[in-house]
Design a protein around this ligand. Structure first.
Ligand code: GUN
Ligand code: FE
Length: 476
């Protein structure tokens, strides 16, 4: 069996001063919804010194093109080369609780999530966060917008782990001053929450050469006072930093918001009046919205994180993706781990396709979503949602080289050997993307690059931190 990362040598071997890397394979991206661009025997070249893509096109042409830089070629006909995947919504401390707990959002948070997040201390983060970012890279995810728990120290540890892995990460500590983690909560009053968030923002926003950003994270209106939300909005404005929160995920949540904020027209209006809506705001879920709310989000150019695996796991509902896109909203895809059971963005794409399909069963004019459109949402759509449009998301020369190479051998039922079925060259770009959407996952990831640096190669072991988890254990 071919070994995934072997063709062409070791991507981590030090590059000489003007040595570029060329990833060969079936090259694919989706610069616009519904339009796949592909080079069947293609290649993507990048310069590790600048971290940028230099050339994309036919391998036969690029191989012969004169240039001063030497090229180290990796890959071959069994590889797919694509933009790195973008996860616009997940929770770092929650990963150990995937597929745990039952019930809808609010009881699930209380029973399965808050006890775990409450214990996301620094020692715990030192063990878990390096593994979390290794997991992201192993799944081919190069960029993500993430929540930590309410603590400053463990959020620092998570940022350090993101920097060590070299991923492109927006992260923020959860802000809550109403209810918080329940009766045993550590006290995190309004001023402490704002002060700690600002301190983290000062340390991390723009760190690691701009790969890291601070994302202010008022959890959702249910757990925030109006003053906390206004304070978070002010800080985000002051530091040009993104904001992330949850909106209109479940019926129970919406009912609570109506009760807590009687002055608001609706849930979206709470965030609007607190100054939280703008082009750098990413709102998780957005399932149950009125026309008025969608209009408000579109006018603010706020971004939507569509989290279909989570929405089905918690029974929150099916987001009318086709309507939100038609209304002009920018949408990216989120795993929403741990309400979504996997960090696997291919599984999230599949769930987006299947959710849209399910809607057509009971909404007469609903539009299905094709795998290629889901792939667009997880790459260029995610880049737009995170304000990285023009930076990553496609394979255009000049973009930063955030890339994933997949091994077709691991995707096809009988591999790529003789008489095993279609040869790689016989599959259309649409078929290849559908194969990834329906069968893709970490087993197929050969290499992952961020800004031209290899952040994962197949078979790499999980990082083992030598710091023990403190005695007393998790509340779960
Ligand atoms: N709403 C507020 N907090 C959360 C969370 O942690 N997960 C999900 N899915 N929804 C939320
Ligand atoms: Fe979430």
């Amino acid at each position: 069996m071919p070994s995934a990362a072997s063709p062409g040598g070791n991507p981590r071997a030090a590059a000489t001063a003007d040595e570029w890397i060329g990833l060969r394979g079936h090259v694919l991206d989706a610069p616009e919804s519904g339009r796949l661009r592909s080079w069947r025997e293609g290649a993507v070249l990048f310069d590790p010194a600048t971290g940028r893509i230099t050339e994309t096109g036919e391998y036969a042409l690029l191989r012969r093109r004169p240039r001063t830089a030497k090229v180290r070629w990796l890959g071959g006909p069994e590889w797919l080369v694509m933009p790195g995947l973008i996860d616009v919504h997940a929770h770092v401390p929650q990963y150990p609780a995937v597929a745990r707990g039952e019930g809808e959002l609010l009881p699930w948070l209380r029973q399965a999530i808050f006890p775990l997040e409450r214990d996301f201390s620094k020692p715990r983060a030192l063990v878990q966060a390096p593994r979390f970012f290794h997991e992201l890279a192993r799944h081919g995810t190069t960029s993500a917008m993430l929540y930590s728990a309410i603590y400053e120290e463990s959020t620092d540890a998570a940022f350090e782990a993101a920097a060590a892995r070299g991923l492109r990460i927006a992260l923020g500590k959860v802000m809550m001053d109403v209810g918080s983690y329940g009766p045993l909560q550590p006290r995190k009053i309004l001023t402490v929450s704002l002060h700690e968030s600002e301190a983290l923002c000062r340390r991390w926003h723009g760190a690691n050469g701009g790969l890291l950003r601070y994302a202010f994270a008022p959890r959702f209106a249910v757990s925030c006072s109006e003053r906390l939300m206004r304070g978070a909005a002010d800080l985000a404005r002051q530091y040009d930093a993104p904001i992330q929160t949850h909106l209109a995920e479940s019926a129970g949540e919406i009912e609570k918001v109506r009760f807590q904020f009687p002055w608001a027209k609706d849930y979206t209006d709470v965030y609007d009046r607190c100054g939280l809506l703008g082009p750098r705001t990413v709102l998780g879920h957005c399932i149950h919205l009125s026309e008025r709310e969608v209009g408000t989000l579109a006018a603010a150019n706020a971004k939507v994180a569509h989290c279909p695996t989570s929405n089905l796991y918690l029974g929150s509902g099916i987001m009318p993706l086709d309507r939100w896109l038609a209304a002009g909203l920018t949408v990216g895809l989120g795993s929403d781990v741990a309400a979504g059971p996997e960090l696997n963005m291919w599984a999230v794409m599949r769930s987006a396709v299947e959710s849209a399909r399910a809607r057509t069963f009971f909404v007469p004019d609903a539009r299905p979503l094709r795998p290629a459109e889901a792939f667009h949402l997880a790459t260029q759509g995610g880049a737009r949602a995170l304000g990285l449009d023009g930076v990553v998301g496609t394979l255009d020369p000049g973009r930063e080289a955030d890339l994933v190479a997949l091994d077709l051998h691991a995707l096809l039922p009988y591999g790529t050997g003789a008489a095993a079925g279609p040869r790689p060259g016989e599959l259309s770009p649409q078929d290849l993307v559908a194969l990834c959407v329906y069968r893709g996952g970490p087993a197929a990831t050969a290499l992952t690059f961020v800004r031209g640096r290899c952040v994962y190669r197949a078979g790499e072991p999980t990082p083992m931190a030598d710091v023990p988890v403190e005695p007393g254990g998790s509340g779960i």
